[in-house]
Design a protein around this ligand. Structure first.
Ligand code: NOJ
Length: 768
């Protein structure tokens, strides 16, 4: 049948309308079905937990608020009588149980002796892998690859759950601007935007699609909050900052991890606005629960309830427990103040049964969500543990993550990559060491499976001589405070041996920096250079006249300006993990072209700290040779290497930015910013194209630039690609003086490039 155009047009438009209506109805139905399903799951959980709590005595409830540890691996002391406490239910949760999967399982089964047999939350600091170890988090963040990071967290979860753990104290999402702080190695650096992306990825990786899945580990967001801002970089020190800075710079990654559904939050050791986080109701209840809608449980950090006494807000452990519970803490890590005093506090009317019940139910809900309360879901399967641990696939991801985490800092005269027939002198105290490829946060990692740098290089280059060359540290105060020793005669012998080896080779590859115990918790340093004895070795090596390649092994940005005088190429390798040697050999010989970009600024000197890319302009910015401006007499303002910096064996050229518009209006407008990137060198390589924005006039001062988008492009030599970013009004938003997240009309500057200080610029106006 032939229809007239007019009629068929009418029918078409009716059909179209019907289709749209039915799609809308279907979406509404499926949304409400999803919503109904969530509500019914929540109701089931509530009913289950309420019924369980009806059976529980007060002591049993208090046991659920208690987290103990049988060994003092990550803190000052262990719990006494841990076994008995797990058996009688006075400790409902444990962390740091180590052993083979079957011995861990049998220790966790101790809870079966308790009256209600409620399974334990079994935690561990799985920070960058369980048995297969990935690069330290700061290194991982330099990949700018959230998919890969999520994958590393998933592997850690699969391996760790098979061994009996159901809870990890990760991700650490503290923003850090001070490399003196030893814990910068555990986080993703200085930027809240990138930090938020990584925080989400890690939570997703650990927790999987459903916490009930036996391969899911519950994540714990830490350390809430602002722990990374410890004054002078001294661990556990006071933090003090404006609310504006908290909201703008420090809180976003915690919030992102909450939004990603993390099941728990660990409060930090430091104070926030004069009240320690552990006792801070504004932080733990008003902000976290009421504003952000967090519905998991809050655990303290190690002994932090007791530490309220030293902070000076509690007279004794009883008052400390009262303050913590009232602030919103649900679980006491190791201090046992809550279990020791909540009964008395209840009798005295200082805490209520409702508060205890709320905390207990949150802990039980976590167990319910993990499937621990439904019997069979997480039964021990020895075969699975063997099958999923340290597999070839896990190691290949560890290698990829290491490769992508390396940052090429210097490459004078294209010293790198090396030819495979080069005679190499491999020198340094970490070059032939398995444990040193890990960090102080590797608790269960398999040291024996680590490929050392020496082995990795030898597998590719036939002629490699190795010499240790130096002891690690000759700093007298460190030795006095932390133990260790330094022998100057031995040092002279070691340097001589290294120089002899160097003289027989074409090129020197030296691995220097920090030992694994020099960064991490309680490892703050005031001098963040390569220890003096190692620098002496470096100088001696340079004096041979051979090219010197420095592989920097460390957990924080170091002050290496002077070392650059004695090197031809520098690669930041962080602490690379299980596949260290294989990954390093690939980079040295050009089988992989480094693409990592720094996520934390490298200062020129300690006196510049804190130095970070998203700083403010000040009223007297330094613009060259001037008096009475914000600058140092004896140092430049600029850092040695800025956020986003990282070289490649090839070079990338950027065109000018082309904007789809220069005048935009309203919240719905969209601006396209396009740039062409060309591989102008002779190696194929990956570039991370970064987009920053600046809002030059606003109601509160704004940073000189802020990362808003990035994309990765892979380009063959000579190849060009257009990279387009969509900028929306959302990208212009910031916290104003009422702490409202909003944007203001006006002029903006966009920067695009391969680093925060290597950019092209363009401007646009956005009106309301
Ligand atoms: C103290 C650390 O601050 C925290 O990050 C860690 O998870 C706990 N100890 C448990 O080991």
């Amino acid at each position: 049948m032939v229809k007239t155009g007019r009629l068929s047009g009418k029918n078409d438009s009716m059909n179209q309308k019907l289709r749209i209506i039915s799609i809308v109805v279907a979406i509404a139905f499926s949304c409400s079905a999803g919503w109904a399903q969530r509500v019914s799951k929540q109701t089931q959980m509530n009913e289950f937990v309420t019924a369980l709590m009806k059976k529980m005595t007060l002591d049993e409830k208090l046991g659920q608020l208690n987290l103990i540890t049988p060994a003092a691996r990550t803190g000052p002391f262990a719990t006494k009588n841990a076994t008995a406490k797990m058996m009688d239910g006075s400790a409902g949760n444990v962390f740091g149980v180590l052993g083979t999967p079957s011995s861990v399982h049998s220790k966790l089964s101790l809870a079966d002796s308790s009256r209600l047999k409620i399974p334990l939350l079994s935690g561990l600091d799985i920070i960058h892998g369980y048995k297969t170890i990935f690069p330290i988090p700061l290194g991982l963040s330099c990949t700018w690859d959230s998919t890969l990071i999520e994958r590393t967290a998933r592997i850690a979860a699969v391996e760790a759950t098979a061994a009996g753990y159901n809870w990890t104290f990760s991700p650490m999402v503290d923003i850090t601007r001070d490399p003196r702080w030893g814990r910068v190695m555990e986080g993703s650096g200085e930027d809240p935007f990138l930090g938020s992306i990584i925080a989400r990825a890690m939570v997703k990786g650990y927790q999987g699609k459903d916490l009930k899945d036996p391969t899911s580990l519950m994540a714990c967001i830490k350390h809430f909050g602002m722990y990374g801002a410890a004054e002078a970089g001294r661990d556990y020190n006071t933090t003090d900052m404006s609310r504006l800075s908290m909201y703008q710079n420090y809180l976003p990654p915690y919030k992102a991890a909450v939004d990603a559904g993390a099941g728990s939050v660990m409060c930090s050791f430091n104070e926030v606005d004069g009240i320690p986080a552990t006792a801070n109701k504004w932080l733990l209840t008003d902000l976290l629960r009421n504003q952000w809608g967090f519905n998991g449980f809050v655990v303290t950090d190690y002994n932090a309830v007791q530490e309220l006494i030293a902070h000076g807000v509690a007279a004794d452990y009883k008052q400390a427990a009262q303050l913590s519970l009232s602030a919103g803490v649900d679980m006491d890590m190791v201090s046992e103040s809550m279990i020791a005093s909540l009964k008395d506090l209840l009798k005295a009317g200082k805490v209520s049964m409702a508060q205890i019940d709320a905390a207990c139910s949150r802990v039980l809900e976590a167990k319910y969500k993990l499937g621990l309360l439904s019997g069979s879901a997480r039964q021990f399967d020895a075969a699975r543990a063997a099958q999923v641990t340290l597999t070839d696939e896990n190691k290949s991801i560890a290698k990829l993550a290491a490769l992508k985490s390396f940052v090429l800092l210097e490459n004078k005269n294209n010293t790198l990559p090396l030819k495979k027939n080069t005679h190499i002198a491999l020198i340094g105290p970490f070059a032939n060491n398995q444990r040193e490829m890990f960090s102080s946060w590797v608790i269960a990692g398999d040291v024996k499976s680590v490929v050392t740098i020496y082995d990795g290089i030898r597998a590719k280059a036939s002629e490699t001589i190795y010499a240790e060359g130096s002891q690690v540290n000759d700093d007298t105060i460190t030795i006095k405070k932390r133990g260790g020793s330094f022998d100057s005669l031995k040092q002279q012998r070691m340097i001589k041996e290294a120089v002899d080896a160097a003289q027989k080779s074409d090129v020197i590859v030296t691995v220097l920096g920090e030992s694994s115990t020099m960064s991490g918790e309680a490892r703050s340093r005031t001098d963040i250079s390569i220890p003096h004895c190692q620098r002496e070795l470096l100088k001696a090596l340079k004096s041979t006249g051979k090219p010197v390649i420095l592989l920097l092994l460390n957990g924080r940005p170091l002050t290496i300006q002077e070392d650059l005088l004695y090197t031809d190429a520098v690669v930041e390798i962080w602490r690379p993990g299980t596949e260290a040697g294989n990954a390093i050999a690939d980079v040295l010989f050009g089988d992989y072209n480094p693409s990592g970009k720094l996520t934390m600024t490298f200062p020129r000197s300690v006196g510049q700290i804190p130095v970070y890319y998203n700083h403010k302009n000040t009223g007297r910015p330094y613009l060259g040779k001037q008096e009475y401006v914000s600058s140092y007499m004896d140092q430049y303002n600029s850092p040695l290497y800025s956020f986003g910096y990282g070289l490649s064996y090839t070079t990338f050229k950027y065109s000018q930015i082309s904007l789809s518009d220069t005048l935009l209006r309203g919240t719905k407008a969209k601006l396209k910013a396009t740039i062409t990137v060309t591989n102008s060198g002779s190696y194929a390589g990956e570039e991370t194209v970064q987009l920053y924005l600046n809002d030059p006039v606003a109601s509160v001062t704004r940073p000189v630039e802020e990362l808003k988008h990035f994309q990765k492009v892979f380009l063959k030599p000579g190849e060009s690609k257009q990279v387009t970013f969509d900028i929306t009004a959302n990208d212009l938003k910031f916290f104003n003086s009422n702490l409202k997240w909003d944007w203001e009309a006006g002029r903006f500057v966009v920067f695009i490039g391969g680093g925060s200080d290597m950019v092209k610029t363009a401007g646009f106006v956005w009106e309301k």
